[in-house]
Every structure is written in structure tokens, then in C-alpha cells.
Design a protein around this ligand. Structure first.
Ligand SMILES: Cc1ncc(C[n+]2csc(CCOP(=O)(O)OP(=O)(O)O)c2C)c(N)n1
Ligand SMILES: [Mg+2]
Length: 806
């Protein structure tokens, strides 16, 4: 509980935090050479809105194991608090928004002051706290992490942020999973970026959260208002406030005491107790009274937070004023508002900060510095220690390969998982799978039969208990290793993000594998990007994919996902054709996701490219496997160390080209039979042809770019896998690439040594039919490959396969 002295201290420090946050933004705009585009952006109004709540939270409520997602635009407040606590460097505040300075939106991977969850794309950080609570429960239910206290997962949420649909999808999932230890604190300033929000929004929020089992606490009035309501006439004032439209309230806050008086007297009359209540206050006092909402009242906030005596999810709706304490408070256009230098001078005087002493931590505060220093040193949150690296788990070099003659990669995936389910290696106990209602149809059923579904409370499969024949056991228990989600793909990615950060958040490493249909990556793409951005580690298995799923429905065909695999930072993408390749890639991936480090981080702050992001292999990352339902005849081959290496690096020669090679066919994934068939016919008419199997366009591309950059830095011997593969191709050799996906995925191969390329692939989708019909229709069948080779490398006429007439 907050005592009188702590209240006084927090009031002082709240002023300091508001000052530091406001000054940081001002400095970024006026205090350094800002002609270079760093200048845009406000943050001042949004930060001021949350400054009180964050003061109370960080300096009074939080314990070291609590984790917080801070609303993106409150980043300056977060950094200011960390600075006050000695956990953020001054230079980074001075460089706010600049290169290697504090980030404009809190960033796990780019900031150095211990951000728990990145934010920026609104709504995602909020949902991440919910899924992190589920992961915390998962970890503890499996017997790990009991040497540390449970943390609360807390989101500081903008009221307009709740427009994001992913938040509602998450709430529903939280209800299903028996969510605990999750606090969402809504900054109810009734303003978004553009405007003032709709009337009565709080009531929708309240009903919604209660419907899903959350406790809801509405914090509306501060202590001054509560005291005024107790005066004669106070009930009238309260009724007036409760019925005041948001826009008018905001406008009056902006205008100040005289405007309040005029308006209130106009509405409530010049006579009677309420008029006297108003007259007893000066304009300044009246302005202070009317803006004394609970979200700016330290005592009210602390009392509400301290009163929580249960672990059910809880939503605080805190009334606040956007821009509180600053000259543009309440103005509807204040989102990007910045104090002018003149206004800043006035603010400086108010805050009693001497020029040149703006960054002094205790400048202008009235309490003795020693008192404040001692307080800051003993803030519970500040005792948080950097997380020790969570142990890694050894994974064998290869997983089993199966004897079946024909298999699809999707079936192979199911077999590999099912086989893993039988093993008692430690790494298998750390695998956790999750899927948005496509567990069975992505072939995770065998694994789930063996490892069970996770729930905090056991629930047995009634069909099984009733002895009704079924392929799948749907038993839930705290030991289960599969988290079944509803259909919402956003939830899959945020769940993966939370599972994939367990090593950092819970100190216990998990090996998450999530499955979905490949086209629906688009549905969750922002969340996937977010998960990668904050360094979460997981394996994404996307299947089925492409037009290869043929009769199954045109709307499910994915074209652009290989390009996502190629472009997504922090995600290594593979599309194997054969199950022995998949087996090697999966074994590699289970190790790769455990490697420590962040390939996208600039640790030194140097602008030199040599110190920039380097080769990701040492750092690890997440992995995306694009799989297919098309059964292919499996190659009967022994696996050599060299082939294993090549599969992981992204390509190997299925047929090595000869010295006078005229045509090379390059394929990825399920079109392997067409490429092989075409090559046989092309070989009859062109010399020394080669066939390149690409298991990962992404890895080839990453390696190639890194080699080029290394040479430009002076490492003349730098090379890469694709350069070594193409090194001996004669200059006049032509290349035909083909995949069931966008042709640009492989088209760049021509740039490696300047070989002319015809890139085949899929640019339109939506037709159903047989695989043969669709490959022909979209121009990725054997004859299309032959035609491309013939046109690129003229010579003897080539033979084509007979086609069934339509
Ligand atoms: C997904 C996404 N869309 C749009 C934006 C741009 N944006 C940043 S803040 C904001 C409004 C936020 O309003 P609110 O959550 O109420 O916070 P406040 O500005 O009141 O502090 C918008 C639209 C964004 N950051 N993320
Ligand atoms: Mg708002």
C-alpha cells in the first residue's frame, strides 16, 4: 500500500518522468541536427497520457518477474523511467529515434534497456501478453520454472488500439485456455490518432471483458474530484461529467479554467451549491479539478492496482487526458503535437529545470535528493537481473527417413512428428506444437495422439472413453504438448511468438512448431513479422501450398508465400521436394531455433556495414517450411554429409552439368517430377544439361548477398553456395527455373553470373482441377519447361510429352 511519503515521492518522480519524456522528444526535434528526417512524429501527447500510470506501475507495482507491453507511443516514458532507475544510458535518450538511440517504439531486439515485448503495430503487443501468460502456465505445468515467482503479463493499451481485431481473437482464446495473471490497462483518453473516439466506448469494453470472464475495474475520478463530489452540489457536478460528451470534455480541458467555469455555470446555473462549489475555486484550481481523472491520480491508481487479490485476467479502464500536463492537452489534433521552443521554455520553468541541466535526474524536485535516490535504489522492479541464457537441447543431425516409395512432404512431416512422439530424448520434451484448428489436416494427429493436448485441467476424450472408433485421441492434460487454437491465424503467430520467447521470458526454452495452411500466412502476416522482429524462435510448417493442392479449392492456392520466405527478416524458408530432405531440414531447424543472438542487431552502434547484421547462421532464427500434399516417388539414395550440408545451404545438383552445358533446369518443391521429366527430354537435344534441386531459395539468396557484401568490404575470397554451384557453367548456358509459387523466387539466379533465365511459376490462381491440368494451365508442367529451354537455347527441335486433349 502507498503511504503518505511514498505518494509524495511518486508525485515528484511523475513530474520528472513527464519532463524527461517530453524533453527527450523535444531534444530529438530541436536539440540536435534534425534536418535529416528524424524530426517527425509526436509522442508527446501519447506519452503524457500514460506518464502517471507508468510511474505507479514501474515505481510501485511491478515486481522483477512481471512483463510489460508498453503502448508504442509511450516509448519515451519507458526509456525515461529506465534512465531514472539507472537502466538506460543518457546517450541513448539524447539519440532518441536516431541511429542506435532509444527506439521510437519499444523494441526487444534494438533497445538495450530490457524491453519485455516489442510494440509498434498496435494490438500485437497487447495480445502477446495474453499468450505469454498461457506460455507461463504451460512451462510451469510441465514442471519447469518453479524456482522463480509467477509474473504478471501486463499490457498498456491505447483505447483506439482496441479497434484491432486481433485483440478480440486473443480474448476468445484466453477464455478457452483459462487465462490467468494477465492485466490490461487501458489508457482511456478517448482519443485516437485522427480524432475523438465514440461516446460510451467504455461500456462496450466493460461488457466485452466481463463476458469473457475478466474482472473489470473502471478508474474514472481522482481524489480531487471525489472530494468535490462529497461537497454540497457535488452530485450535480458528477452527473454533469458523466453525461459530458467526449469531444466537449476534451475541448474544455484544452481551453482551461475560464472555459470550464463559463460552460459549467451555463449548464448548471449561477445559483445554488454547485455554483458555490465552482466559485470556491480559482480558474487554475478548477482546471486542475476537472482534469483530475483517475489515470492521472497516483493514489487512485496505486489503490486499484494494490487491491487485486486474485489471478484472474483483469482489465483496468483508466480515464486519462491525452497530452496531460502539456499545453495541447485534450486537443483533438494533438497526436503528432510537439511543444514549440517557447512552450518548452514555459514548461521548463514550471518544472523548475535550469537550462543546461535538462538531463539531471533530480533537477528541480523539491524532496531531498537523498530521499529520492534511496527510493529509486529500492524500487522492486529495478532489482531485475539480466536473464541467464536458457540451456539448449541437443538434436540429432538427422531424423528418420521412411521406406514408403511415394510420399508427400506433408505426410513425411506427420511421420517425422509421430516418430518424435515415441522418443524420450530431452529435446522432444521441449517441443510444443500448436495449430489453428488444422492439427489433423496438417498431419499433426499422430504426434498429438502420442503427446496429448495441453490444458491446465485434464479433460479426457469422451469418444475414446465410450470406445467409439476414432483415429485421433483428443485428451487434454497439463502434460500435453500440443496447444490447440481456434481458427484465427493471428493467434497462431502470436502464440508462436510467446512460445518462441519462453527462453527469455520464463528462462525455459521451448521448441515450438506451428502448422497452418500456407495461404493463410497472409491472414497472420503482421503477427508473423512481429514475432520475427522480436526474436521469437519457432518452426512454421505451412501446408498444403500452391496450386498443387489442385482440386481442393482455388481460394486455398498460395502464390506469393515463397517471396515472404525470401524477404522476411529473421525467418529461414525451405521448400523441400523429398522427405529425406525434410528430415534433415527439420533436424537442423530444431537446432537453429536455439542458437543465441540476434542477426538483425547492431550491437556496437557503428555505422560501418562491417559491424552491421552479419551471417545469420551463428545467430539462428525461426524457420518456415512450405510443404505439399502431392505424393512424389522418393529417391532411393544414401545421405552423405556433403548432401546434408547442401540441403541446408539451399541446393544440390540432382544432375551435375557437363563442361559444355547449354541448359540448366532449376526446380523447387512439388514440381520435381515435371523438372526431372523435362530434363530427360531436353537432354536429348541439348548438351551436358544440369538439374539443380533448390531446397531453399531464401538460404541461397542470403548466402549470395552476404558474399557480395563481404567482397565489397575487402574479403576477396568470400564465396557462397550458389556461386560454387554455378561456377563452372559456361557463360552461354541458359537457366529455366520452376516452382509452384511466384516466379520471382528463383528469377534472381540469373544475376549470380549473368546467365539468361526464364522463370516459370504461378502468377494467377483460383482454378480447380487435377494437378496435371493446373500445371499445364499455369505453365509449370514438363512441356512448359521444355518450351522455355527450347526458346532460350535454340538448337535441334526438342520432343514434348503428349498431352491429353482438354
Ligand atoms: C497496426 C497499426 N496501424 C496504425 C498505426 C498508426 N497509429 C499509431 S498510434 C495510432 C492511434 C493510437 O491511438 P490510441 O491507441 O488511443 O493511443 P493514443 O494515441 O491515444 O495514445 C495509430 C493509428 C499503428 N501504429 N499500427
Ligand atoms: Mg487514445
Amino acid at each position: 500500500m502507498l503511504d503518505g511519503q511514498e505518494l509524495e515521492i511518486l508525485r515528484e518522480l511523475e513530474r520528472k518522468i513527464l519532463w524527461l519524456a517530453t524533453w527527450t522528444i523535444h531534444h530529438a526535434n530541436h536539440g540536435r541536427d534534425s534536418a535529416d528526417g528524424l524530426k517527425v512524429g509526436g509522442h508527446q501527447a501519447s506519452s503524457a497520457s500514460l506518464a502517471t500510470i507508468m510511474t505507479v506501475l514501474y515505481l510501485h507495482v511491478l515486481r522483477p518477474h512481471d512483463r510489460v507491453a508498453v503502448k508504442p507511443h509511450a516509448s519515451p516514458v519507458f526509456h525515461a523511467i529506465q534512465y531514472l532507475l539507472g537502466r538506460q544510458q543518457l546517450q541513448r535518450l539524447k539519440d532518441f529515434r536516431g541511429f542506435a538511440g532509444a527506439q521510437s517504439y519499444p523494441s526487444r531486439s534494438k533497445d538495450v534497456d530490457d524491453v519485455d515485448f516489442s510494440t509498434g503495430s498496435v494490438g500485437l503487443g497487447v495480445a502477446q501478453t495474453l499468450f505469454s501468460s498461457i506460455v507461463q502456465d504451460y512451462v510451469r505445468a510441465h514442471g519447469w520454472g518453479h524456482n522463480r515467482p509467477e509474473g504478471r503479463m501486463i499490457a498498456l493499451v491505447g483505447d483506439a488500439e482496441l479497434d484491432e481485431g486481433n485483440i478480440f481473437e486473443a480474448i476468445l482464446e484466453g477464455w478457452k485456455q483459462g487465462l490467468r495473471n494477465c492485466w490490461w490497462i487501458i489508457d482511456y483518453n478517448r482519443q485516437s490518432l485522427d480524432a475523438v473516439v465514440r461516446e460510451g466506448l467504455w461500456a462496450r469494453f466493460e461488457a466485452l471483458f466481463r463476458a469473457f470472464g475478466w474482472d473489470v475495474v473502471i478508474l474514472k475520478y481522482g481524489h480531487l474530484l471525489e472530494a468535490a463530489f462529497a461537497e454540497p452540489g457535488g452530485d450535480l457536478l458528477r452527473r454533469w461529467i458523466d453525461s459530458c460528451p467526449n469531444q466537449l470534455y476534451s475541448a474544455l480541458v484544452f481551453q482551461g479554467g475560464a472555459a470550464w467555469r463559463k460552460h459549467l455555470i451555463g449548464d448548471l446555473g449561477e445559483q445554488g451549491p454547485v455554483a458555490e462549489l465552482l466559485h470556491r475555486r480559482t480558474d487554475a484550481e478548477l482546471a486542475r479539478l476537472m482534469s483530475n481523472l483517475a489515470g492521472h491520480d497516483i493514489g487512485a491508481l496505486a489503490a486499484a492496482f494494490d487491491a487485486v487479490d486474485h489471478d484472474r485476467p483483469i482489465c483496468f479502464i483508466c480515464y486519462t487526458i491525452k497530452g496531460f500536463g502539456l499545453p495541447f492537452a485534450g486537443h483533438k489534433d494533438n497526436h503528432a503535437g510537439l511543444l514549440t521552443p517557447g512552450q518548452m521554455e514555459t514548461f521548463r520553468a514550471q518544472m523548475q529545470v535550469q537550462p543546461g541541466r535538462e538531463w539531471e535526474k533530480l533537477e528541480g524536485l523539491e524532496l531531498p535528493p537523498e530521499t529520492l535516490r534511496t527510493f529509486l535504489e529500492h524500487v522492486p522492479f529495478a532489482s531485475r537481473q539480466p536473464a541467464a541464457a536458457a540451456p539448449r537441447f541437443a538434436v540429432p543431425d538427422t531424423l528418420p527417413v521412411f521406406g514408403q516409395r511415394a510420399l508427400s512432404t506433408q505426410t513425411g512431416f506427420g511421420l517425422i512428428m509421430s516418430d518424435l512422439g515415441k522418443r524420450d530424448d530431452e529435446f522432444v520434451s521441449r517441443i510444443v506444437t500448436t495449430s489453428p484448428d488444422v492439427t489433423v489436416s496438417t498431419n499433426l494427429g499422430g504426434w498429438v495422439n502420442r503427446r496429448g493436448l495441453f490444458a491446465r485441467e485434464s479433460l479426457s476424450d469422451v469418444f475414446k472413453a465410450e470406445h467409439i472408433a476414432s483415429m485421433f485421441h483428443w485428451d487434454f492434460s497439463p502434460q500435453g504438448q500440443h496447444i490447440e487454437l481456434g481458427i484465427a491465424e493471428m493467434n497462431l503467430f502470436i502464440q508462436l511468438s510467446a512460445l518462441g520467447l519462453s527462453h527469455a521470458i520464463n528462462g525455459e526454452r521451448l521448441l515450438p512448431i506451428g502448422t497452418l495452411y500456407d495461404p493463410f500466412i497472409y491472414r497472420g502476416l503482421d503477427a508473423l513479422n512481429y514475432a520475427c522482429y522480436q526474436g521469437a524462435r519457432f518452426i512454421l510448417v505451412a501446408t498444403p501450398s500452391g496450386v498443387t493442392l489442385a482440386p481442393e479449392g482455388g481460394a486455398h492456392q498460395s502464390i506469393g508465400t515463397p517471396l515472404i520466405g525470401l524477404a522476411q527478416d529473421g525467418l529461414a524458408a525451405f521448400e523441400p521436394a523429398f522427405v529425406d530432405e525434410l528430415s534433415i531440414i527439420m533436424a537442423w531447424a530444431l537446432d537453429y531455433i536455439q542458437r543465441d543472438g540476434d542477426a538483425t542487431r547492431h550491437p556496437t552502434g557503428s555505422l560501418d556495414a562491417a559491424d552491421g547484421p552479419d551471417e545469420p547462421d551463428a545467430h539462428g532464427g525461426s524457420v518456415y517450411l512450405r510443404l505439399s500434399t502431392r505424393p512424389l516417388d522418393q529417391p532411393q539414395r544414401g545421405m552423405t554429409a556433403q548432401l546434408r550440408q547442401a540441403i541446408v545451404e539451399g541446393a544440390y545438383w540432382q544432375r551435375e552439368p557437363g563442361p559444355n552445358c547449354e541448359v540448366v533446369v532449376v526446380y523447387t518443391g512439388a514440381v520435381a517430377p515435371e523438372a526431372i521429366q523435362a530434363l530427360g527430354l531436353i537432354a536429348d537435344g541439348r548438351r551436358d544439361v544440369g538439374l539443380l534441386a533448390v531446397t531453399s531459395a531464401d538460404r541461397l539468396h542470403v548466402g549470395w548477398r552476404a558474399a557480395q557484401a563481404a567482397r565489397e568490404r575487402g574479403d576477396v575470397h568470400a564465396g557462397c553456395h550458389i556461386e560454387r554451384l554455378f561456377m563452372n557453367l559456361p557463360p552461354r548456358c541458359r537457366v529455366v527455373t520452376v516452382l509452384d509459387g511466384h516466379p520471382a523466387t528463383l528469377a534472381w539466379l540469373g544475376s549470380v553470373y549473368g546467365h539468361q533465365v526464364r522463370a516459370l511459376g504461378v502468377e494467377h490462381f483460383g482454378q480447380t482441377g487435377t494437378i496435371a491440368e493446373l500445371y499445364r494451365y499455369y505453365g509449370i508442367d514438363a512441356n512448359a519447361i521444355i518450351a522455355a529451354a527450347e526458346s532460350l537455347a535454340p538448337g535441334r527441335p526438342l520432343s514434348y510429352l503428349p498431352t491429353a486433349s482438354p
